[in-house]
Design a protein around this ligand. Structure first.
Ligand code: PLP
Length: 428
């Protein structure tokens, strides 16, 4: 069996999968251990052909997967394994370079710095900030809070009660106390809390629950005056800023110290890819740079291992490069706009239907809603059990709601309409 033939097989498999993913049941509804029970106890003694793996992928693994690349996957923050991203992942593995230092593969570092500059321009972020890629927003926030701690050790991290739990985790990891701040009626962090004892404030642009946007300009002014680090978690909604009419969501970020946006959430880049920028690279360098006997620094070059926790670094820049070039700014804007349009349309259907209500403002592509006569968790489970769509529920200040998060490039108006029909059928 030649590699070339297996490459064709893999390509055929991917092509066929993407063509039929919309017809598969979206969610895997299995008992824990069901797939493990079908897998051999140990690795094979003798090597097997790739075809055998593809067969098991179809027969054993696929029925146990929840298909995030399904056009009616609307849970958490839906995302896209896009065609350019898929192709780039293949190339990344073929090259298998490690972008730990500039010297370890110069073009990998230079491409990473370049695509982060491209993305900064697309999002209207300040030029000239240091940007690099981490695996996840969780890691990006750990890195930012660790840098903040270097500048001002021992204080408190303040974030909205609606902040993602990765922020609390990051505070715990870097050994800082974590305190939450109340939100207003629109789920935005209040800006009038005392910050004298703060090391850092984390503002969220697009909270996980409702996609609310914290008052970044006001927080930036207060942090600047108090000498406190402001980190902006724009993991989901930051991507919206590619559209001029949605750029307001990043107002004030020029006054922040660091910001994270996840292209693997709403910028059509396969898992994983998290973009982190900072105007204070020296604090990151002081936190993460280590001198080693075997990794030599190069004058006038940047070694990205010195700006985050990981030494070994995947060539993620290649897939972001592929995505930005394949869609172009225009293509990205079109997709984001269409997702926002579909979410607003869905919200209008919910509002017009007796017994249903929209539970929070919905400025982007995510709508929180509920049926007044049903438990939202049960209704989301029942709708998902049909296999037609996948939605998840959450609790918003004591009220259970279902979230419909649109983020897959293959989602059409017909998909959203069908999902609304299924939800209504389930409530009957
Ligand atoms: C607002 C927000 N921040 C951070 C995260 C964590 O992202 P990651 O999974 O990349 O660590 C999430 C995850 O959904 C999120 O919604």
């Amino acid at each position: 069996m030649s590699f070339r033939e297996d490459l064709d097989r893999a390509a055929d498999w991917v092509d066929a999968y993407l063509a039929r993913v919309g017809e598969l049941p979206v969610g895997a509804m299995l008992a824990p251990g069901a797939i493990r029970a079908l897998l051999p106890e140990a690795a094979p003694e003798r090597g097997e052909p790739f075809e055998a793996l593809l067969r098991d992928l179809d027969e054993v693994i696929l029925p146990g997967l929840t298909h995030w690349n399904h056009p009616r996957f609307f849970a958490w923050f839906a995302n896209t394994g896009s065609e350019p991203g898929i192709l780039a992942e293949l190339l990344i593995a073929a090259l298998n370079v490690n972008a730990m230092t500039w010297l370890s593969s110069p073009a990998a570092t230079e491409l990473e710095v370049t695509v982060l500059d491209w993305l900064a321009q697309l999002l209207g972020l300040p030029r000239g900030w240091h940007g690099h890629i981490e695996d996840s927003a969780s890691t990006s926030t750990v890195a930012a809070l660790a840098a903040a701690r270097t500048v001002k050790p021992g204080g408190v991290v303040y974030a909205s009660e609606q902040a993602n739990f990765s922020v609390e985790k990051a505070a715990r990891l870097v050994g800082l106390e974590y305190r939450t701040v109340e939100v207003d009626d629109a789920f935005r962090m209040r800006a009038d809390f005392p910050i004298d004892d703060a090391t850092a404030v984390v503002a969220t642009v697009g909270t996980t629950g409702t996609t609310s946007v914290d008052p970044v300009p006001e927080l930036a002014r207060r942090c600047e005056r108090a000498g406190v680090w402001l980190h902006v978690d724009a993991a989901y909604a930051g991507s919206a800023a590619v559209c001029p009419e949605l750029r307001w969501c990043l107002d004030g970020v020029e006054g922040a110290d660091s910001i994270v946006v996840n292209p693997h959430k709403w910028l059509f880049t396969p898992m994983d890819c998290s973009a982190l920028w900072t105007r204070r690279p020296e604090a990151f360098h002081e936190t993460f740079a280590v001198v080693s006997d075997y990794l030599v620094a190069t004058d006038a070059a940047v070694d990205l291992k010195d700006y985050g926790p990981a030494l070994g670094r995947r060539f993620r820049a290649l897939k972001l490069w592929a995505v930005l070039r394949f869609y172009g700014a225009e293509g990205l804007r079109e997709l984001i706009r269409e997702h926002v349009r579909l979410a607003q349309l869905f919200a209008s259907w919910v509002e017009a239907e007796p017994g249903w209500e929209v539970a929070a403002p919905h400025p982007f592509s995510t709508v929180c809603f509920r049926h007044t006569g049903f438990d939202s968790f049960e209704l989301a489970r029942a709708a998902t059990a049909t296999g037609e769509l996948y939605v998840a529920a959450t609790r918003l200040r004591g009220l259970d709601v279902i979230r419909l998060a649109i983020g897959n490039a293959r989602t059409t108006e017909a998909d959203v309409r069908r999902s609304w029909e299924v939800l209504r059928e389930c409530a009957r």
